[in-house]
Design a protein around this ligand. Structure first.
Ligand code: NAP
Length: 245
């Protein structure tokens, strides 16, 4: 359908990004999304979004690679000819490590992916987004909690995402584009196992005021709301989706 808005989601193959892709499709967006390498899971997400009525473009593209980012936006231009919204979701924690245990290589990989990749996507998006367009950055409650003893490098990268969100909201307002972030808490995805802590959400749930981990779908609801007209006076906001933690 010609009047469907187009959303690009980075890291949309699994987890929170996939929930955003599926919910956006159900809410009337056509969707492009990237993934790092898991083609099977990306195909499942693509099929689900198509079943919801969306035209979908799934692209294998490492957000940490500037050439891949440029190619992603070029592919969106070619397929859809428009871009209305961007969700910067792709992110990695790196391994569990204290500051003393962490290496420069860990810091570089996490910052290149979570910060520089996001910056590159924001640049490309802002060159395209129309008046009324929106960006939502998927940050983390780790930015405020600090990640000490777990993944201080990851928390610091999300601190940069929060600050960039506040600053970019001021710059992008001039072109009528809103920029916000969500700060998820403990969310049930495969991210924790990837960092070597598969029981992390269950183990830490008791410390969450709402006494449970959250779902990717609960984060997606907040993201889609921030992109909607219902949030038309909200920009530069950091929205916790964390059960009170
Ligand atoms: P996830 O389950 O590990 O999924 C990550 C997704 O991002 C996958 O689709 C993956 O692709 C893709 N991805 C990873 N690195 C990428 C790269 N370099 N380029 C492009 N795509 C890449 O993670 P998640 O839990 O959904 O996390 C999504 C976002 O939420 C991240 O920014 C994370 O920091 C944030 N967050 C998560 C939690 C949580 O508790 N889960 C809490 C706070 C914040 P493949 O499928 O191909 O591997």
């Amino acid at each position: 359908m010609a009047d469907r808005k187009v959303l690009l989601v980075t890291g949309g193959g699994r987890g929170i990004g996939a929930a955003v892709v599926r919910l956006a499709a159900a809410r009337g967006f056509d969707v492009a999304f990237t993934y790092a390498g898991n083609a099977a899971r990306a195909a499942e997400t693509e099929a689900a979004a198509k079943a919801a009525g969306a035209t979908v473009l799934a692209l294998k593209a490492d957000v940490a690679d500037p050439k891949a980012v440029a190619a992603t936006f070029a592919a969106v231009d070619q397929r859809f000819g428009r871009l209305d919204a961007l969700v910067n979701n792709a992110g990695i924690t790196g391994p569990k490590a204290t500051l003393q245990e962490s290496t420069d290589a860990i810091w570089e990989q996490v910052l290149r992916t979570n910060v520089l990749g996001l910056v590159a996507c924001c640049r490309e998006a802002l060159a395209r987004l129309p008046q009324g367009g929106g960006i939502v950055n998927v940050s983390s409650r780790a930015s405020a909690l600090g990640g000490g003893g777990e993944w201080i490098h990851y928390a610091a990268s999300k601190g940069a995402v929060d600050t960039l969100t506040i600053g970019l909201a001021k710059e992008a307002a001039a072109q009528g584009v809103r920029v916000n972030a969500v700060n998820p808490g403990l969310i049930e995805t495969e991210l924790h196992a990837a960092a070597g802590m598969p029981d992390r959400v269950a183990r830490m749930s008791a410390a969450v005021p709402l006494a449970r981990g959250g779902s990717a779908e609960e984060v997606a609801e907040a993201v889609l709301w921030l992109l909607s007209d219902g949030a038309s006076y909200i920009t530069g906001a950091l929205v916790p989706v964390s059960g009170g933690r």
